[in-house]
Structure formats: C-alpha cells, structure tokens
Design a protein around this ligand. Structure first.
Ligand code: ADP
Ligand code: MG
Length: 176
C-alpha cells in the first residue's frame, strides 16, 4: 500500500472511533506504556493533540515517577527534544500543540524510549506520520522506538522510502 493511502486510512479509522471506546482503549494503552518504560531513565514523548491517543496522562505519570521526560518542539528543520519538569511549562506552538520553551535540549541518542505518534503502521513495524518526515529525521538516532496507536490504524503492508525508520514495536489496545 502506498504511504498516502495508509495515512488516509489510518487517520480516518482513528477519527471514526467512538468516544467511549477511545477512552477505554486509552486506559489500556496507558498501562502498557507504563510497563514499556519501567526500566527507562529518559523517555521521549509526543504531546498529544486532536484525536491522537492521549499522552498528557502518560507524561504526568512519568514525571511523578521521576523519569527524565523529553517532549518535542517543532522547528522548520525538524524536532528538538527538551526535558521538562511540569506540563505547565508547555505553551502552544506550531498548530497549537503545547511545546517546551526552556533551553534543556536532550539529544535523541540519550533517550532510552521514544514514544512516537503515527497515522498508520503495519505488521513489519513500518510507520507513516503526517507526511512531513519529522520523526524519520530523529528516529535513526533513538535507541528504542515505540509507536502509540489504536489497532484500527493497522494497514496492509506499507511501501517505504529509504529514509523511513521502522519502529521496534507499536502499543495499541490489542498489542501483546
Ligand atoms: P511521514 O514519515 O511523516 O509519513 P514521509 O516519510 O513521506 O512522511 O516523509 C516526508 C518528507 O520528509 C520526505 O519527502 C523527505 O523529503 C523528508 N524527510 C524524511 N526523512 C528525512 C531526513 N532524514 N532528512 C531530511 N528530510 C527527510
Ligand atoms: Mg516516513
């Protein structure tokens, strides 16, 4: 399947989720993410917006557990991860997504687990994002790359380009 089609299907399926179902799945995903990062000292995590699986609750819990939590700032050149100590530090940035404003930049290679948003994924752990390649530009440097999605975002095999970086796993409400 072409990336464009995978993206469109994955995003449409996510948008069509019933709010009650969505909320139930988010709780399952939350528990699985906590298990995934139990040994990690530094965790990178997107700040969810729109109908992405919620990460605000995840970030708060990571901070509570004294992990180093890094969230992305979107620059023209790509994503830059900043270590934060509270959600209150975040201010609306590009597309209104809350972003860090401090100077505490952490290189992706120092992040133990990177929690990654996606539009679609397949059995081979191929990933599509929103079509700007932002995560492709940093994932090659990350140690463990963990996608967060709903199972309805899984598609038939996605055709990839040389710059696409596969994930190590995708956590969904159905993943093992
Ligand atoms: P997405 O991964 O967001 O679904 P694509 O894989 O289609 O999107 O990538 C979108 C664009 O991002 C590509 O056309 C490419 O020009 C750019 N891109 C991807 N990876 C890199 C990279 N490592 N360095 C520079 N540009 C990149
Ligand atoms: Mg890509």
């Amino acid at each position: 399947m072409k990336k464009e089609e995978a993206r469109r299907k994955g995003l449409a399926a996510r948008k069509a989720l019933h709010p009650v179902e969505r909320s139930r799945y988010e709780s399952i995903i939350f528990e699985k993410v906590m298990a995934e990062v139990s040994d990690a000292a530094a965790v990178g995590c997107y700040v969810s917006f729109g109908d992405e699986a919620d990460t605000h609750r995840i970030i708060l819990e990571l901070l509570k557990r004294n992990k180093r939590v890094a969230v992305p700032k979107t620059l023209k050149s790509g994503l830059e991860f900043h270590v934060i100590s509270s959600m209150e530090e975040l201010k609306p940035g590009v597309w209104g997504i809350p972003e860090p404003e401090n100077d505490d930049i952490i290189p992706p290679r120092e992040i133990d687990v990177m929690l990654v948003p996606l539009s679609a994924f397949d059995d081979q752990m191929h990933r599509t994002g929103y079509g700007k390649g932002y995560y492709d530009r940093i994932l090659a440097e990350c140690r463990r790359k963990t996608g967060i999605a709903y199972s309805c975002q899984k598609t038939d095999e996605i055709e990839t380009d040389p710059w696409d970086v596969d994930l190590d796993c995708v956590i969904t409400e159905c993943s093992g």
